[in-house]
Design a protein around this ligand. Structure first.
Ligand code: HEC
Length: 153
């Protein structure tokens, strides 16, 4: 390799670094204000995927298990769960209202799901998107705006 070539390579590497910085700043901004930008990028986005998984593990995994398999008689499995493949409200309402979202007298489970409405719209959107795009579900992602609308209904 000639000296000239290696200079050019260093220049290119520096340009890549600057590019990464420019991308990182708006993403951090978006995370601070609204999840919409990240949720729209989609569930394959490197930014939302680990966040949704972590939030699920922290808030839901204890009952529904990391693999969504649930616990027989106690907590339903989320694998192929009707609510995770249907209209956007199903999983959102479970998180906002807990077992109160279930029609009285129809539960097949001995445990109750508490309301987790203290989570932010953004956090709930990340969790719901994670559930709806994993565990053999294909309901698709939801936005913080979708969550906000269900809160006020
Ligand atoms: C304390 C245990 C517990 C926690 C924590 C919990 N759940 Fe649940 N979840 C339940 C139980 C029990 C039910 C069944 C409710 C009923 O029949 O009253 C349920 C039901 C559901 C359903 C409906 C499933 C179906 O097939 O209709 C969904 C979706 C769900 N939970 C998602 C979540 C998510 C997402 C989280 C985390 C944000 C979470 N749950 C946290 C216990 C829990």
């Amino acid at each position: 390799m000639k000296v000239n070539d290696s200079r050019r390579l260093q220049g290119a590497a520096a340009a890549v670094c600057v590019g990464a910085l420019l991308i990182a700043v708006p993403l951090a901004d978006a995370a601070g204000t609204t999840i919409n930008d990240i949720a729209v990028i989609g569930h394959n986005s490197a930014a939302s995927e680990p966040a949704g998984e972590l939030l699920y593990a922290t808030n839901c995994g204890g009952c529904h298990q990391a693999d969504g398999g649930g616990v027989p008689m106690m907590q339903p499995q989320l694998i192929g769960a009707p609510r995770a493949n249907d209209s956007k409200g199903g999983v959102i309402d479970m998180i906002l209202f807990g077992s109160n979202a279930i029609e009285p007298g129809t539960s097949e489970f001995s445990n109750e799901m508490p309301s987790l409405s203290q989570l932010s719209d953004k956090e709930i959107a990340l969790i719901v998107s994670y559930v709806r795009t994993h565990f053999e579900n294909n309901g698709g992602p939801v936005t913080a705006d979708d969550v906000s609308k269900r809160r006020t209904q």
